[in-house]
Structure formats: structure tokens, C-alpha cells
Design a binder for this molecule. Structure first.
Ligand code: APR
Ligand code: PHB
Length: 401
């Protein structure tokens, strides 16, 4: 069967936050793109992911014209809590970080808003595609082959963006040109979405001898809670009662109770740090999880994906509108400084808050660090500044990283 040839300016593989936001930014600037997603729309819209937007991320989404529901339903937070040794301490993020705040709004909701905007505008977004492969990326005329609804297609374009997550096909296609940095952690997160009002207005990150726990939320009726578990943990070993008992134990505080509710969803999130350098080769550009992964403790994954595509959109627009091509050549360098900052912050939060093993030396160091953060404004500010996110302008401003 011969393939049908299609043509666009930018072929985007993956309809996660990175790919969808990029397509939206490009469209707003008059650049055409096609988004190819191998899962169904329903699957993508129901996948539960993280829920903390840095202020800069919320601003990008709003400026792109997809912030209406986020403004209505998102919850602005000005602080988080750290809990350890039976005490809970508030970190006043906004006081410490120039008034900046975070917005609690699920990644799932961000994705729904972006899909709706694209579908309403009648723009090309194809779900359930199969056999995606990238070709001729070292030429001026790269191509993406895929099949959709039992037909084969060849999509000619000027640039391909691999926004296809950690398990996608784009990064492996250029792996021989990349240097990979990675770290595995010997634990994971067991996360639940519960039909329970949040017991704490703001997020609580709890360090406990039995392991880390996190109280988060999605709305006034929905709590999102996480427990550190073993990397190879099986979900069937965690009936709901065991999850609640463990949460109750790890976040217990005198005079405060954790409200329980029906468990609507549960899943295990692996923990990994991963960076590829550079984030591009020829006419293929990687963005979001396809280029880097952070453990979720710093809530940085989604935010990094959005900052990548903000940089990439600018560079692509400039190259298409007769501006400079250097933006594209510099894309990776522009992103990696911010990526590594988020990598360090996520690693630091992770290793400070989780049970690392049986060595009491580790736990004494962790407690010392936690006590320092809650007693020194300078230390708390370091956490706050990173948590709310460095301004989007925090890129590699001058040559060299
Ligand atoms: N062809 C087409 N689409 C693909 C392929 C493929 N071969 N492989 C993967 N995909 C799709 C996935 O189904 C997914 O919808 O690419 C999309 C990648 O989206 P995400 O994994 O959400 O990655 P990204 O957009 O970079 O967003 C990063 O997502 O995983 C979280 O914590 C992470 O918050 C971060 C954010
Ligand atoms: C979430 O609400 O899903 C969440 C919040 C904070 C994190 C990670 C996940 O650090």
C-alpha cells in the first residue's frame, strides 16, 4: 500500500502537555503543525498526573489563550508545609520568592483544555496513530511516517518535535548522538485520588521513619495523596485500608486529623532522574519527558515541559518568519541550564524527604537539613525560589552553560 503524503511546517509527536502546548503556541504565531498521538483521546484525558503549576507555567498557558478554566478552577497557593519529627512547619513561598505563587490544577485538566482548544479550532490532532517513525532528520526535509485508521501516511515537514515522553520513539532515533545522564532511586510513589476534602489547605511534604508521604489536592472535594513504597511494589498488596493506615501513621499530628474517603484511582509512579544532552539533532528537537525526567518530589516535570516548548516555539517562529536560525541551533543550550536546576532541586527534595535505607547517618543528615530550612530564612528561600520556579527568562543568557 502506498503512503499518502501530507505536508506541514512542524510535525509534533506526542499529545502530552509539551506537544499540545507547543502546537498551541505555534498556531497563535501563524505556524502550522500536526500533532500525532498513539493513545486514544480518552486515555490521554483520563491519565492522572501531577498538579502543581509554577506561576510562570500558568502565565504561559493563560497568554496562549487556554487559561480560562484554570483561572476559574485552579487554586492559588502561597505556601507549603514540611513535616518531620512530629512537627509541621509552613514555608511561606510567596513571602520568600518575590510574591510568586503556585496554582493547583491537574495536568489532566491542562491537557483537556489544550485538546479542546485545538479540536475547536479544527486543527490537525490525530489520536490512535500507530507505527510512528522519523526519517531524514539530517536533511532540510525531514519526514514522519505513521499509520492512522488503517492507512499509511508520510508527513513532510521542516522540523520534527519529539514530545513523546520517556518511552517514545524520537529520542531512541538519535540516541547515538546523545549523552545520557541518569539516576535510579530504590523507591517509588503509590498515589491515590480520594473522594475526600483536603485535610490540609496547603500541600504537606512529610518525612517519616516509615517513609515519605505527601498530601496534595485537586479541588475542595478531591484529595491527592502519595506514599513512598518499594520500587518493585505491587498494587494488589495495597488494599485501600492499608494505604489509609500508612498515610495516617506518616502524617499524624497532634490536634489534626486526616479525612479519609473512597479511593477513586490508584497507581505507582517510578522515580528517576534523567537528562539527555543535547536535546536536538539535525531537524529533530526533543521537549519535555522525552528529553528529561525528574522525580516528582519537586513538582517540576510538567513545568519543565512547558518551559522547553516556550523556548522552542520562539525559536521555530523566528526561523519560519525570516528571523534568525540561531534560536533553533541554540534551543538545547537555552533549555539545559533550567533543566539541570530542576534536576538538582528534584534530587535534593527527594533525597531530603524519603527514607533512603537503614543507615541512621542518612536520616540524621536529612533531619539536620530539614531543621535548617525551617529555621533559616536563607535556606527556606532557596527552597521557595526553586519550588515556585525560576522566571522563564532563566535560560542560558550568555554563551557557555
Ligand atoms: N507516537 C505518538 N505518541 C506517542 C508515542 C509514539 N510512539 N510514544 C508516546 N507517545 C505519547 C504518549 O502517549 C503521551 O501522550 O506522547 C505523549 C507524551 O506525553 P507526556 O508523557 O505527558 O510527556 P510531556 O508532554 O513531555 O509532559 C511531561 O508529563 O509525565 C508527565 O511528569 C511528567 O509532568 C510531566 C509531563
Ligand atoms: C500532585 O498534586 O499530584 C503533586 C503535588 C506535588 C508534588 C507532586 C505531585 O511534588
Amino acid at each position: 500500500m502506498t503512503a499518502t503524503t501530507l505536508r506541514t511546517q512542524v510535525a509534533i509527536v506526542g499529545a502530552g502537555p509539551a506537544g499540545l502546548t507547543l502546537s498551541c503556541l505555534l498556531h497563535n504565531a501563524g505556524i502550522e503543525s500536526v500533532v500525532l498521538e498513539n493513545r486514544s483521546r480518552r486515555y490521554v484525558e483520563e491519565r492522572i498526573r501531577a498538579g502543581v503549576l509554577e506561576q510562570g507555567t500558568a502565565e504561559v498557558l493563560a497568554a496562549a489563550g487556554v487559561g480560562e478554566r484554570m483561572h476559574r478552577e485552579g487554586i492559588v497557593h502561597h505556601g507549603i508545609h514540611l513535616q518531620f519529627a512530629g512537627e509541621r512547619h509552613r514555608i511561606p513561598l510567596s513571602d520568600l520568592a518575590d510574591g510568586r505563587a503556585i496554582v493547583i490544577y491537574g495536568q489532566t485538566e491542562v491537557v483537556k483544555d489544550l485538546i479542546e482548544a485545538r479540536v475547536d479550532a479544527g486543527l490537525d490532532l490525530r489520536f490512535d496513530v500507530a507505527d510512528v517513525s522519523v526519517h531524514d532528520i539530517e536533511t532540510e526535509r525531514p519526514r514522519v511516517r505513521f499509520s492512522h485508521e488503517h492507512r499509511d501516511f508520510e508527513l513532510e515537514c521542516d522540523a520534527i518535535v519529539g514530545a513523546d515522553g520517556f518511552h517514545g520513539v524520537c529520542r531512541p532515533a538519535i540516541e547515538q548522538h546523545l549523552r545520557i545522564f541518569s539516576r535510579e532511586y530504590p523507591f517509588a510513589w503509590l498515589g491515590i485520588l480520594a473522594a475526600a476534602p483536603p485535610s490540609s489547605e496547603e500541600l504537606v511534604y512529610a518525612h517519616h521513619e516509615r517513609g515519605f508521604a505527601l498530601l496534595s489536592l485537586r479541588s475542595a472535594e478531591r484529595s491527592r495523596l502519595y506514599l513512598q513504597c518499594a520500587a518493585d511494589e505491587r498494587l494488589d498488596e495495597w488494599p485501600d485500608t492499608r494505604i489509609w493506615d500508612e498515610l495516617q501513621c506518616r502524617v499524624a499530628l497532634d490536634g489534626w486529623t486526616l479525612v479519609e474517603g473512597a479511593v477513586l484511582e490508584k497507581g505507582i509512579t517510578p522515580m528517576r532522574s534523567f537528562v539527555t544532552e543535547p536535546m536536538q539533532h539535525g531537524r529533530l528537537f526533543l521537549a519535555g519527558d522525552s528529553a528529561h525526567i525528574v522525580p516528582p518530589t519537586g513538582a517540576k516535570g510538567l513545568n519543565l515541559a512547558i518551559s522547553d516548548v516556550t523556548v522552542l516555539a520562539e525559536a521555530l517562529v523566528s526561523s519560519f518568519t525570516g528571523g534568525s536560525r540561531t534560536g533553533l541551533a541554540e534551543y538545547s543550550r537555552m533549555c539545559l541550564r533550567r533543566v539541570w536546576r530542576a534536576e538538582h532541586f528534584s534530587y535534593w527534595m527527594t533525597t531530603m524527604l524519603h527514607r533512603l535505607g537503614d543507615d541512621p547517618f542518612d536520616s540524621q543528615l536529612q533531619l539536620s537539613q530539614l531543621r535548617y530550612i525551617v529555621s533559616s530564612e536563607a535556606a527556606a528561600r532557596t527552597l521557595a525560589e526553586n519550588y515556585v520556579g525560576l522566571p522563564l527568562g532563566h535560560r542560558a543568557a550568555t554563551p557557555g552553560r
